[in-house]
Design a protein around this ligand. Structure first.
Ligand code: C5P
Length: 224
């Protein structure tokens, strides 16, 4: 079984995908981690992130492993656990170079499909989460979700996560960053954030994590 969850930053899709996968006893695939890991690899090599050809070439040679873990995914780049490093504000800020490049996306989409199909074979299913999972990567998925929430709610969620990690940001800065990311996510030429045809749309603004997961489960059980 392949389940896709797409949506903007802060819509709750990572938490929902991880918990849904855990409840169903299937694998979880965080595709944002592939864009983040590539960005980090390029930064380590001091590559010019605006050089699309160099970035796509590096994407094709990426030594990347993703292992499911209790807290999400352990991301191993060149044998090093970079799970925390790929989540820093710097990588988050720079990941758009990789995400906006059609040449890079062509490579990473193929990689995501391969990893997703392998995980589904091994675990009986996969929940793939990102921006283009239901539209581009797994258009034939068994169940597709599109999660959304108001920008203010999404900014508050991100702000609380960042504050908990001790990052020094204001709610207003996070809201502005969310708006910029939305704009980029929705307008990129390849793999833009869209509600995939046939996706179940859920507004998570007023939902707790438990409510969100039980709503997704209800739809999955109905589809089975
Ligand atoms: O979801 P996350 O914040 O980890 O995504 C990291 C970056 O990768 C973001 O810039 C996001 O727009 C991009 N992304 C993407 N397609 C995906 C998943 C993430 O373009 N399937």
């Amino acid at each position: 079984m392949i389940i896709t969850i797409d949506g903007p930053a802060g819509s709750g899709k990572s938490t929902a995908a991880r918990l849904l996968a855990k409840t169903l006893g299937i694998a979880y695939l965080d595709t944002g981690a592939t864009y983040r890991a590539l960005t980090l690899a390029a930064m380590q090599r001091e590559l010019n992130l605006a050089d699309e050809a160099a970035l796509a070439d590096l994407a094709g040679r990426l030594d990347l492993h993703m292992e499911p873990a209790e807290t999400g995914t352990v991301v191993v780049l060149n044998g090093q656990d970079v799970s925390a490093e790929i989540r820093t504000a710097e990588v988050t800020d720079k990941a758009h170079h990789a995400a906006d490049s059609p040449a890079v996306r062509a490579v990473l989409v193929t990689l995501q499909r391969r990893i997703g199909e392998e995980l589904a074979r091994r675990s009986g299913g996969v929940v793939a989460e990102g921006r283009d999972q239901g539209s581009v990567v797994f258009p034939d998925a068994d169940v597709k979700f599109y999660l959304d929430a108001s920008p203010e709610v999404r900014a508050r969620r991100r702000y609380e996560e960042m504050a908990a990690r001790g990052e020094d940001v204001s709610l207003q800065q996070v809201l502005e960053a969310i708006r910029r990311r939305d704009q980029r996510d929705r307008s990129r030429p390849a793999g833009p954030l869209v509600r995939p045809p046939g996706a179940i749309e859920i507004d998570t603004s007023d939902m707790t994590v438990e409510q969100m997961v039980s709503e997704l489960l209800r739809w999955v059980r109905r589809a089975r």
